[in-house]
Design a protein around this ligand. Sequence first.
Ligand code: AMP
Length: 423
Amino acid sequence: MPFSSLGFSSALLPVFARALAEKDYLAPTAIQAAAIPAILQGRDIVGSAQTGSGKTAAFALPMLHQIALAPALATRRIRGLVLVPTRELAAQVGESFISLARYLPQRIKVSVLFGGVSINPQMMHLRGGADIVVATPGRLIDLIEHNALTLDSVATLVLDEADRLLDLGFGEELGRLLALLPAQRQNLFFSATFPPAIEALATSLLRDPLRIEVQTAPQSAPDIVQRAIEVDASRRTQLLRHLVQSESLSRVLVFVATKHAAEIVADKLRKADIEAEPFHGELSQGKRSQVLHDFKLKIVQVVVATDVAARGIDIAQLPVVVNYDLPRSAVDYTHRIGRTGRAGESGMAISFVSAATEAHWRLITKRHHLNVPRERILGFEPVETQPPNPADPLSTGGIKGKRPSKKDKLRQAAAAMVPESKA
Ligand code: AMP
């Protein structure tokens, strides 16, 4: 199905076609094909889709379409609001809007607002209004409290990565923001997962929504090769170095459990002459942007990141993701490996499994019904049989902080009760 059959007005079609061609979007992705006609008709939608599905353009194109065709206002007023969980995602979504709007006859002003940087430039940018605001909830509330903007003209609200918004504790801010929006509006709700809290939010927010589900489970993405390598926790950095060098991995996103681990692993790789940088929430926004920029340009070969920081990273042709520390949950596993194999490209996800994380890995694979073959790399065969000292954050597999939490212990106990044949 071509973009031209999704219901765009013939006046805007050539304009969008030009922008889409520049981005090499030749045909709509599944979520775009399903969502765009419904959004153009004014329907609420609930999209079950993770980052990598093309969901940004699925909402950005029809929102731009609606704004471009609406009668001109005497003053610029915010008509589209996109709430996102992280600053990286905010920046990416903002860039998508700007690039897709490039050839529209009128200038569409997009303001991207997130915390961790000075508020003043954002206040300045909002002078004279904006058409579309892409924001993280906390900073948006700050700006509203500074009278930098109001939300009373918003016609379309997008909650992007809604599950993550709640995971990161934005529930209260979300409630406050929803109360400031006009009751009459279109709501577009995207989430990778639908736990009860998300279902409840969707039900309270949406009116007769069209439900769109695109496959999100990792096993349904055959273009991602998943590998599990057994290795002792203490030898993971050496193994990582070995893999980067022996398999000539050109760009690798490595996930670790803590900021400390991100620093240490990146440092050790650098000492082995591998261009590696840590990426976590305690780095300044400037530093994070620099690392991403250098990673995209292949100046940096390996980025060692924590989950929160890595959320929303969008790097075309990111071939390899490594779970140096396993993710805390099966859902996070999906998010992590979704960093690679995006938009139909092939990718590889490697998970390191040690004696300490064996039970947790079994839980993840069981949850996703995965059958990932185990590998051992010559020279790195594990010798540990007992979980190592849990007080050492780098040897526990770093599931959560220094010592296993109550939840981790329960999880491990539950896993231990699963018979081998069923796990
Ligand atoms: P998203 O899920 O919106 O983060 O998009 C994931 C990736 O797919 C981004 O790198 C987009 O640039 C890319 N993408 C989105 N739509 C298309 C399309 N129709 N054709 C090719 N690539 C796309």
